[in-house]
Write a protein that binds this ligand. Structure first.
Ligand SMILES: C[S@@+](CC[C@H](N)C(=O)[O-])C[C@H]1O[C@@H](n2cnc3c(N)ncnc32)[C@H](O)[C@@H]1O
Length: 272
C-alpha cells in the first residue's frame, strides 16, 4: 500500500490536518499504545486516504489489536494475513519454527495442527522449500484465514478436532508435526491483556484447568502419525513445562524442552 505522506500523495492530509503524523502519534499515545511512533508509521503506510487513516486510528484507539487493524502480522519474515476472530500469531512462536527446522531440516511432510492463521505452517514451508503441507483447525474462521496464508506453499487446510481433521493417509508419514495448542489455564484467561481477552476466541486460548488438556491429547496421538524419526513440537508455559514434557515422554517419545529466555518461549519437542 502506498505511504500517506504529504510529499507523495495528493490525498494526504495537510500538515495542519488532524490526520498528519504527529496527531496520529498523539492519539495512539493517549490511548496507551507503548510503541505509538512505530504504530503510527504502520497505520500511515496502510491507509490510502485520510478517511481510511482516520478509520484505522479510530479502531486502534478503541483497542483492536494492531495486527487486526492493518490486516496482517509479521512472522518469521512473512506477512501473515489475520482476520477478526482468529488468533494473532505471536513473535514468541517463531522459536517453535526454528526448533522444528533444526530438528528436521530435510522434512518433506509437515502438519500444523491448531493452525489458527496458518503462520507456523507457512513459515516452515517458506524455509524448507517444496513440502507436502497440511494444516488444520477446529474453527472455520481460522481455516479460511489459514487457506490464504498457505496457498503460496500449496498447503491444504482441513477443518476438525485435532487429528480427526487429517486425511488418514498421513498416518506414519509426518516428519514435522507442530501444534501450538491453546495452553492458558482456564482460571488465568481473565488475567490476559485485553487485546487477547476481548478479541481472540476462547477456544484459541483456553487449555483447561491446568492448560494442558489439548497438549495431552496431541502427545497421546502424535506417535501414530509421525514417520520414524519424525518430531512433534508444542509451545507451553514455563510452569507447565515439566508436566508437558511428562505427557510427551508417557507417549513414548524421546522428549526434551527447548527454552528461549529472550522471548520467554518454551517448546516441548518429542521424537518418534
Ligand atoms: C493458540 S492458537 C494458535 C494458532 C497458531 N498455531 C499460531 O501459533 O498462531 C490455538 C488454535 O487452536 C485451535 N484449536 C483449539 N482447540 C482445537 C481442537 N480441539 N482441534 C483443532 N484446533 C483447535 C484454535 O481454534 C486456535 O486457532
Amino acid at each position: 500500500m502506498p505511504a500517506l505522506s504529504p510529499a507523495s500523495s495528493s490525498s494526504s492530509p495537510s500538515p495542519s490536518s488532524p490526520l498528519s503524523r504527529e496527531p496520529v502519534v498523539a492519539a495512539l499515545r493517549a490511548a496507551g499504545c507503548v510503541f505509538a511512533e512505530d504504530e503510527a508509521e504502520l497505520l500511515l503506510s496502510a491507509a490510502r486516504t485520510p478517511t481510511e487513516l482516520a478509520a484505522l486510528v479510530e479502531r486502534r484507539v478503541a483497542g483492536l489489536p494492531l495486527e487486526l487493524v492493518v490486516g496482517w502480522a509479521g512472522f518469521c519474515g512473512l506477512r501473515i494475513a489475520v482476520e477478526p476472530g482468529v488468533f494473532v500469531p505471536r513473535r514468541r512462536t517463531e522459536f517453535l519454527v526454528t526448533q522444528a527446522l533444526a530438528q528436521a531440516p530435510d522434512a518433506s511432510v509437515v502438519v500444523d495442527l491448531c493452525c489458527g492463521s496458518g503462520a507456523v505452517g507457512a513459515a516452515l514451508a517458506d524455509r524448507l522449500g517444496p513440502v507436502e503441507l497440511h494444516a488444520a483447525d477446529i474453527d472455520p474462521a481460522a481455516v479460511r484465514c489459514a487457506r490464504r496464508n498457505v496457498a503460496a506453499a500449496g498447503g491444504r487446510v482441513h477443518t476438525g478436532d485435532l487429528f480427526r481433521a487429517l486425511p488418514g493417509e498421513l498416518r506414519g508419514r509426518v516428519d514435522i508435526l507442530t501444534a501450538n495448542v491453546p495452553y492458558v489455564p482456564t482460571g488465568e484467561i481473565a488475567l490476559l491483556p485485553a487485546e487477547a481477552r476481548d478479541h481472540e476466541p476462547q477456544a484459541a486460548l483456553d487449555g483447561g484447568a491446568d492448560g494442558l488438556d489439548v497438549l495431552r491429547r496431541v502427545a497421546a496421538e502424535a506417535p501414530r502419525w509421525l514417520a520414524p524419526g519424525g518430531c512433534v513440537l508444542t509451545e507451553t508455559g514455563e510452569h507447565q513445562a515439566p508436566a508437558a514434557v511428562d505427557a510427551f515422554a508417557r507417549a513414548g517419545l524421546a522428549t526434551r524442552l527447548a527454552v528461549c529466555e529472550e522471548s520467554d518461549a518454551h517448546v516441548v519437542i518429542g521424537v518418534r
